[in-house]
Design a protein around this ligand. Sequence first.
Ligand code: HEC
Length: 307
Amino acid sequence: MAALRVVVMSGSGRSLLSASRTLHCTRASMSFTSLSRGKKMALSTIGVLTAGGVSLALALHHSVKASELELHPPNFPWSHSGMLSSLDHASVRRGYQVYKQVCAACHSMEYLAFRNLVGVSHTEAEVKALAEEFEIVDGPDEKGEMFTRPGKLSDYFPKPYANPEAARAANNGALPPDLSYIVNARHGGEDYVFSLLTGYCDAPAGVKLLDGVYYNPYFPGQAIGMAPPIYNEIIEFEDGTPATMSQVAKDVCTFLRWAAEPEHDQRKRMGLKILIGASFFLPFAYYLKRHKWTVLKSRKIAYKPPK
Ligand code: HEC
């Protein structure tokens, strides 16, 4: 039996060398050809069975998907979807107008306060004027009675319904969800909400819908309790942008993205700063790596054939 002798020579390996240690190892018999016939058969059977099982599972998985009638939203080229692109704040401003004039009739946004709009889409004076349009119930006063007063910057967006039961009663039993975090709460985010708002169509032949529900291929189950909320020219934008259906939907989705992720612009700016900062440290890290590894990398493994 031939013995393999490996000697390690390097700065740090010198002690090993002087001890003149020799490693003996026999040839490992691990290859497929060296197995007995029975073992070969067993291994091949296991392989074939596993491959068959995996392909069957895949085939079944696909057929389950094909039975779903749900349409998945495409990826829209949002102006804010780039790695370094900020939200379009003019769009956020128009989107707030859409929310206020259309969606707020049914949907609350209870985690947003008027002050959150300051410096994002409106000036402080504008937001104060906006808030004052609303009557807010406050109190109790010194007589223990509730009273109403004009809204302030610190007030949260008023809700359309006093409680979920009232909301359901007014909407055929369907609950309009709070829109504060809706783009994070649905798969597809703003792509989904945009598709949902613009995707209403006639139900295909043979599909019967109950009263008060509408056909929308993007909604899970296709029957949604929200009537088509927007159409061309539903509102008039204060900045003169033509209010087509897709423009209205796009603006309200940008607004909803901001609402769900107010730190969006800050996050991308910080990311850029960290990348720039980190790139200064990269050459140092590389130098340090070479320095620490040099001993291991420069040693030499030699083979001394047996005499
Ligand atoms: C007339 C009332 C009404 C108006 C106006 C309205 N919605 Fe809705 N909305 C509903 C109801 C009711 C539901 C719940 C539907 C359901 O669960 O079947 C809903 C559900 C939704 C959902 C959730 C869908 C899901 O996947 O669960 C989104 C998003 C939404 N609305 C966005 C909007 C936006 C944006 C506007 C404004 C452009 C708007 N809605 C205007 C009543 C309304």
